[in-house]
Design a protein around this ligand. Structure first.
Ligand code: GTP
Length: 182
């Protein structure tokens, strides 16, 4: 959605990698390194099938203290996750890598720090009633571009980084390598 809205022409392909297995091999690595490693692994995997193509791989991780989050798989998981974020500041790490013919041309990770205001259980239940299934598409059970904005008292970082792709440095790099109009 972010790349389409930016007017980029591209094709999207799923990478055939086992994210959980790669993460398991990164025990102790910081969440930003995990995101960067996964972004590169996705781009390298797809690059193998598309000679000379510029492949953009991306991944996002979310952490609070030592807990790493993943997309909630149920309403209960979303509820527990939101309450664990209440009155705390968590970090989103969004990584992107450019690969061509198996060579990593560029890699970057950006982060954003989001402070959730104190949330009551009643509010969280009503919020989940309102936003429904959309919570399953985001690591933090919120969509900043939607009602998720109501959860926060402070955000430090770039909107696009929060949604999952650091667009400004990505566009800079695509211009630098002549992939898009400069
Ligand atoms: N639309 C939207 N998406 C968000 C927002 N915050 C995080 N995300 C998405 O949440 C995803 C990150 O959650 P993950 O659980 O790592 O997603 P995933 O890699 O598909 O799932 P895993 O395999 O569990 O890692 C990214 O695809 C982000 O685009 C937001 O505010 N709005």
């Amino acid at each position: 959605m972010l790349m389409e809205n930016a007017g980029l022409s591209f094709e999207s392909r799923a990478a055939d990698i086992d994210e959980r297995q790669i993460e398991a091999g990164l025990v102790g690595a910081s969440p930003d390194i995990v995101a960067l490693t996964l972004a590169k692994a996705k781009a390298l995997d797809v690059s193998r099938h598309y000679p000379s193509a510029i492949v953009i791989g991306s991944d996002q991780t979310m952490s609070l203290d030592h807990r790493v989050y993943h997309k909630p798989k149920s309403r209960e998981e979303a509820r527990e996750s939101l309450l664990s974020l209440s009155d705390r500041t968590h970090r989103l790490n969004s990584a992107v890598a450019l690969v061509r013919d198996g060579e990593t041309l560029w890699e970057h990770v950006a982060h954003a720090d989001l402070t959730v205001r104190p949330l009551s259980e009643i509010f969280v239940d009503r919020y989940l009633d309102r936003v429904g299934e959309t919570v399953f598409g985001s690591v933090g059970a919120y969509q900043l571009e939607g009602e998720g904005i109501q959860l926060f008292s402070r955000i430090e970082g770039d909107y696009f980084t929060i949604l999952g792709l650091p667009m400004l440095p990505l566009l800079d790099t695509l211009r630098a390598i002549g992939a898009i109009d400069g």
